[in-house]
Design a binder for this molecule. Structure first.
Ligand code: ADP
Length: 353
């Protein structure tokens, strides 16, 4: 049984005023999120990600469809039972949402107060949580005395207070600089690994997905246009939206100006050869090209790291036709693709439009 099963869920907001149109924020979405997943949901602004999150924790009713958490359909529960389910779901936010007038210790204690934990047990749990997020020395400080990354770590401690099995992270690193983003993502990875918490990460940043999500769903216009293991979506995206997101993080493809400069320097047609970790490597690609006597020059390339796995992209200039190139590379392993680089932009394993 999946930890969260979303089946054919639609959420339509009725028109606010006469003449307005109803908005279908989430449109026929089905997803299975397994226990222990770090499941990424990526999409541009307005794609329906936040709405989907609010439906998962029952903050808003669905228009149709069902959402099962631990096998219980939360769309059918009365408010009282829903509150119990929500205790098993922690949440963190882009703006951290800490209480400014409370100390760090009291912020983390807050959900436990609401849940009626006795004072001594509360204090012990808060100490344990602050230790876990590395902020024991800040217990008596106030939120404004902490950096953004530290505040988000407090947010994580607070979200974990009542030992939820699920953590929903809505743009949790979008307000942070790259360094602090790393610190927060490392902590989320630890929450998943050490505490076994299932995490749903909502983001518009593909590098966040590459860093921590083992699976990803790409949303557009309320629909899931593509989903699967993160590595598969990165190395063989099938939708235009996924391709656009992948291009924002795959560093080994030449783009606009760099590509124009490379063309000025090198003769021949440009091809990008991509390979996954299914047996191929740059050494094997070069070896095969050399053995086949192909006249080529490496013009750009490198290896990207996606979820700790290798994804290689090599752009070469070739004099002659590409049939020989394809033949030379046919035998070196699965997961190798050859794409001609269009004049206007980058190529590589479908990563080009
Ligand atoms: P995302 O999180 O991907 O940016 P949202 O889920 O916030 O997307 O929004 C999806 C669509 O639903 C948008 O068109 C948005 O304007 C609309 N929407 C979201 N919440 C409401 C609401 N409470 N009432 C009416 N429309 C809404």
């Amino acid at each position: 049984m999946p930890h969260i099963r979303i089946t054919d869920v639609t959420k339509t907001y009725p028109a606010q005023r006469r003449g307005d149109r109803a908005v279908t924020a989430v449109d026929s979405v089905s997803l299975d999120i397994e226990r222990g997943d770090v499941f990424g949901v990526i999409g541009y602004s307005g794609a329906g990600k936040s709405t989907l999150v609010r439906l998962i924790n029952g903050l808003e009713p669905v228009t149709s469809g069902s959402i099962e958490v631990d096998g219980v359909d939360v769309t059918k529960l009365p408010e009282r039972r829903l509150r119990e389910v929500r205790q098993g779901i922690g949440m963190i936010f882009q703006r951290f949402n800490l209480l400014r007038s409370r100390t760090i210790r009291d912020n983390v204690a807050y959900p436990l107060e609401v849940a009626g934990w006795p004072r001594a047990r509360r204090a012990a749990r808060v100490a344990e949580l602050l230790d876990f997020v590395g902020l024991s020395d800040k217990a008596g400080a106030y939120p404004e005395q902490l950096s953004g990354g530290q505040q988000q770590r407090v947010g994580i401690a607070r979200a974990l207070a009542a030992e939820p099995g699920i953590l929903l992270a809505d743009e949790a690193t979008s307000a942070l600089d790259p360094e602090t983003t790393d610190e927060v993502l490392d902590l989320l990875a630890r929450v998943n690994r050490e505490l076994g918490v299932t995490i749903v990460v909502i983001t518009h940043e593909m590098d966040v997905i590459a860093r921590i999500a083992n699976k990803v769903a790409v949303m557009e216009g309320g629909r899931v246009v593509e989903s699967g293991p993160t590595y598969d979506v990165f190395t063989a995206p099938t939708s235009d939206t996924a391709r656009r997101f992948v291009r924002t993080v795959v560093r080994a493809l030449p783009d606009g100006d760099a590509l124009a400069a490379l063309r000025a320097q090198h003769e021949g047609r440009f091809f990008t050869i991509s390979f996954t970790d299914q047996g191929a490597s740059d050494a094997r690609v070069f070896g095969a090209l050399a053995r086949a006597g192909i006249d080529f020059q490496l013009v750009h390339g490198g290896v990207d790291d996606i979820q700790g796995r290798v994804y290689g992209l090599l752009t070469i200039a070739v004099r002659g036709d590409d049939a020989a190139l394809r033949e030379a590379l046919a035998g070196i392993g699965p997961g190798v693709t050859i794409t001609e680089v269009p004049d206007a932009g980058p190529a590589g394993n479908g990563v080009a439009a």
